[in-house]
Design a protein around this ligand. Structure first.
Ligand SMILES: *Cc1c(COP(=O)(O)O)cnc(C)c1O
Length: 504
């Protein structure tokens, strides 16, 4: 068994209750099994020569070994259920257990996506009810439910925009999409995927879109702008109406990245801001578990001008019944997914909305903004805010406070791990040097926020007191220290083979 352990101070390599966990292949044996099968009866082989003639190669572990292996692995994941998860832009909020209970009801959880519609009326009603809430909260007349993530919702919205432009006969003419330099990477990626070229809109000194610079870039070749509001600096785009008007006057569409909807849900309707299309990350704003890869759900609301181009399928309520419409739309740009979207996420999101009510959704947004401003106010004496003034739901800091300390954002983040905190979002948005983006969400209590702020303030003071060595060494208490994340991403080892294992 290779432990690859950096600190051999214990015989096992374990550190107190942090247990080293090898692969099941390393702890199990191929000659063993944890299962008792009755001896095979002597029957004629009907596999026609397709029977396996080599070892199956599955590791054999006893039942308790198997259980412990997977429980220990599950404990290696940091989770919102373990402590604050201040990842800016990701809205890592509490996932109420009620949502889980509802999503596991067999009527929802066990329904086959190809079940006849007459047998799935409840599920279709749920999709329709959630669609209604999303339309109400955003003030938009249509919503495509099938996109399976925020980025997928962007693709849906931009494909609808593309289809509308082609229908206007301007497909060859309108080839440019504008996005602020602070945009999330998925925005330009989506635009390029749809065949557009992307141009950056510069920001102004307050961290917002520079309206004059935007107007200069507008023209008859602009298909759309993609703007996040509140933006990725955690700031409300105050000129949002003027931005929408300018784009519409130039004949373009306004795609809004709705990932930060948590700050304004129940307070501001994007439809009132002139938005033409916006995805909603149900897994962020409406509390479905995420991180570690999903699943997500990115329903995309559409203005009347784009509604006709929405993807199939969609649900309609007609003659007292719910129908999943698969084909009946002449202008639809097509289909984005098999079936109808992420049913489990729909169920959780609707459970969250209905248990909070309209006033509760608005209060969650208010509390999220209050918490972020509390963090900003408590930290700003020691940790430099990137911009002046209040923030929305996330507080953005830069690395000016670390100047001449020898400590960088990455070191600061690693030292947070030793203090028992998952680091905030680092080095995003790119417009801010050494960015640290903290989003506490409404979930955190004042006690939790105070402890978090005290920990960060103490780290900032230690960095300024010349303790760079400690920061460069951090994390010292984690089971692994600093990993070569680039190599892990570029050359992932996804397959275990006995030979490779022996060579290690
Ligand atoms: C999370 C996020 C996205 C992408 O959403 P996914 O669900 O991860 O695909 C896009 N834009 C912003 C600003 C985000 O925070």
């Amino acid at each position: 068994m290779t432990m690859n352990n950096q600190d051999q101070s214990t015989f096992t390599g374990n550190k107190a209750l942090q247990i080293e966990e090898a692969l099941s292949f390393e702890i199990g044996g191929f000659d063993r099994t944890g299962v008792d099968f009755p001896p095979a009866e002597d029957r004629p082989n009907r596999l026609g020569g397709l029977g396996r003639d080599s070892e199956i190669g599955l590791p054999g572990l006893s039942e308790p070994e198997t259980m412990r292996h997977f429980v220990r692995l599950s404990q290696k994941n940091y989770a919102i259920d373990m402590g604050p998860f201040p990842l800016g832009s990701c809205t890592m909020k509490h996932n109420p257990r009620l949502n889980e209970k509802i999503a596991r009801l067999p009527g929802f959880a066990d329904l086959h996506p190809l079940a006849p519609q007459a047998c799935a009326q409840g599920a279709l009603e749920l999709i329709d009810t959630l669609a209604h809430w999303l339309q109400e909260l955003t003030g938009m007349p249509a919503v495509a439910m099938s996109p399976k993530a925020g980025a997928h919702g962007e693709l849906c919205g931009m494909m609808a925009i593309k289809a509308a432009i082609v229908a206007r006969g301007e497909g060859d003419k309108r080839t440019r999409v504008l996005a602020p330099e602070s945009a999330h990477g998925t925005n330009p990626a989506t635009a390029v995927q749809c065949g557009f070229t992307v141009e950056e809109i510069p920001g102004d000194a307050t961290g917002r879109v520079d309206l004059a610079a935007l107007k200069e870039k507008l023209g008859e070749d602009v298909a759309a702008i993609m703007v996040t509001n509140p933006n990725t600096c955690g700031l409300f785009e105050r000129d949002i109406r003027a931005i929408a008007d300018a784009v519409h006057d130039a004949g373009g569409y306004f795609y809004c990245d709705g990932a930060n909807f948590n700050a304004i849900a129940g307070k501001v309707k994007p439809g009132d801001l002139g938005v033409d299309a916006m995805h909603i990350n149900l897994h962020k704003t409406f509390s479905t578990p995420h991180g570690g890869g999903g699943p997500g759900a990115g329903p995309t609301v559409l203005a009347a001008a784009l509604a006709d181009f929405a993807p199939v399928p969609y649900v309609v309520h007609r003659d007292g019944e719910y129908h999943l419409i698969e084909t009946e739309s002449a202008n639809s740009f097509g289909r984005l997914t098999a079936f109808h979207g992420q049913m489990g996420m729909f169920t959780r999101a609707l459970a969250y909305m209905m248990s909070h009510g309209k006033d509760g959704v608005a209060q969650a947004a208010e509390d999220a903004v209050l918490n972020a401003n509390y963090v900003l106010a408590r930290l700003k004496a020691e940790i430099t805010p990137a911009f002046d003034g209040y923030c929305m739901h996330e507080a953005l800091f830069d690395d000016r406070f670390l100047k001449d300390t020898g400590v960088e954002t990455i070191d600061f983040a690693k030292a947070m791990i030793d203090e028992g905190y998952h680091p905030m979002t680092m080095y995003f948005p790119l417009v801010v040097h050494g960015a640290m983006l903290i989003e506490p969400t409404e979930s955190e209590s004042k006690r939790e926020l105070d402890l978090f702020c005290d920990a960060l303030l103490s780290l900032a003071k230690r960095a300024k007191a010349g303790e760079a060595e400690t920061f460069k060494a951090a994390p010292v208490y984690a089971p692994r220290r600093r990993l070569d994340e680039t190599a892990a991403a570029r050359k992932p080892v996804l397959r275990w083979t006995p030979a490779a294992n022996a060579a290690r």
